[in-house]
Design a protein around this ligand. Sequence first.
Ligand code: ADP
Ligand code: MG
Length: 485
Amino acid sequence: MSVSAVGSFWLSPSPGKLPRPRMVVRSSAVSVAPILTHLQKQCATPLPVLRHVADAMAADMRAGLAVDGGSDLKMILSYVDTFPTGNEKGLFYALDLGGTNFRVLRVQLGGKDERVIATEFEQVTIPQELMFGTSEELFDFIACGLANFAKKEGGKFHLPSGRKREIGFTFSFPVKQTSIDSGILMKWTKGFAVSGTAGRDVVACLNEAMERQGLDMQVSALVNDTVGTLAGARYWDDDVMVAVILGTGTNACYVERTDVIPKLQGQMSSSGRTIISTEWGAFSNGLPLTEFDRDMDAASINPGEQIFEKTISGMYLGEIVRRVLLKMAEAGALFGEYVSEKLSTPFILRTPDICAMQQDNSDHLDAVGAILYDVAGVKSDLSVRKMVVEVCDTIVKRGGRLAGAGIVGILQKMEEDSKDLIFGKRTVVAMDGGLYENYPQYRRYLKEAVTELLGLEMSKNVVIEHSKDGSGIGAALLAASNSKY
Ligand code: ADP
Ligand code: MG
């Protein structure tokens, strides 16, 4: 998935020009009520809006499958066309570079009966300076972390003699995949600005770094996190057809029939199927957007791009809420006479903060008050806190429901090509990512939208399931099923 850099938003407004913050407690919930009402109206996602989004998602998918560049959705070929069968045996590694951390994992697979015998993993934080350094420095750091982890192998983990350790490499940045084990980095995202990688094969970059470290391992599969999640979930359940990541950014992938992918020009896989990474974060058709979304987009590193991602994913929900609260503070004196400097600071209110505020069940909304004070530097009374929670709910409801409509769009596209094979039987959508995992209201809104769109009967066949950390094991499984041995 691709998301833009946080740093680029630090353009406006200039905090220096604002009045010094002073804490004036005065409830102004009444005067901001019209702003809330207007926001709720603009963010509303009644059934016709959801239906339009689902239909447009399906149509954009088709256009992206027809020809490269045919749609907002890139519909990237993953080169994953066989799934782990359960028969995989042996020791495999996974390396996941997705955001601020990278994770290394090893798994000992025991085949049909024993399945996963043992797993171990480690997480390493990437030092800030490496996100702005050279490609060699970053990949050396990763290879070094991998080497240290590999040294600790023992116990239940065994490599048969005469074999190299094989790695499934999960790399969640936009890659033009060239085969199952190679792909060119199109551009860094998510705050990374590493020089010398764009335009290069990231597997070659890793191989060269491993050589410099004297580490004799081999990348057998390069995948993104959605593909890893799909493979990991499907190892346990044959009905998994779609995987969705809702974390810092968002993306979705699914199992497609090769005969309905015109841009393949007749290249068929032996299985007749392949996984397509939709790159749905770039979707933009018919979304209910507000002035707050447009302003946030205009201030971003990638204006006009990744609009669906900016409306539904974790990096942005808190920032949209902050922009609404700022307007309420400026136009309606929500927090009294002055606007705090903190509240004027882009990205200071994070999605985990608005999530925590929505979990507050206390009579006086004490946690909401504390977060507003600590994070935004404002005091609030109960009526103001209620107003703030309403704003959070409005933005999160829109995000969750639109994500649900997107999922239905994918299922609808699959059903159109394969009558009754999606809605006529059990179909599983594997979900992962910090936003989905941690935000109960978001999850509920997402599922409600799916049920509204499909109706009670049909939605019984669609199982939306959290697949925790499936992507790491999934990548290792793909290394196993694409083993060089
Ligand atoms: P990534 O997408 O970078 O691989 P994750 O899947 O772990 O990482 O997702 C991290 C994102 O999840 C954060 O950026 C944040 O938006 C969201 N998130 C994390 N914790 C919470 C929380 N408690 N409540 C709501 N959202 C959360
Ligand atoms: Mg991730």
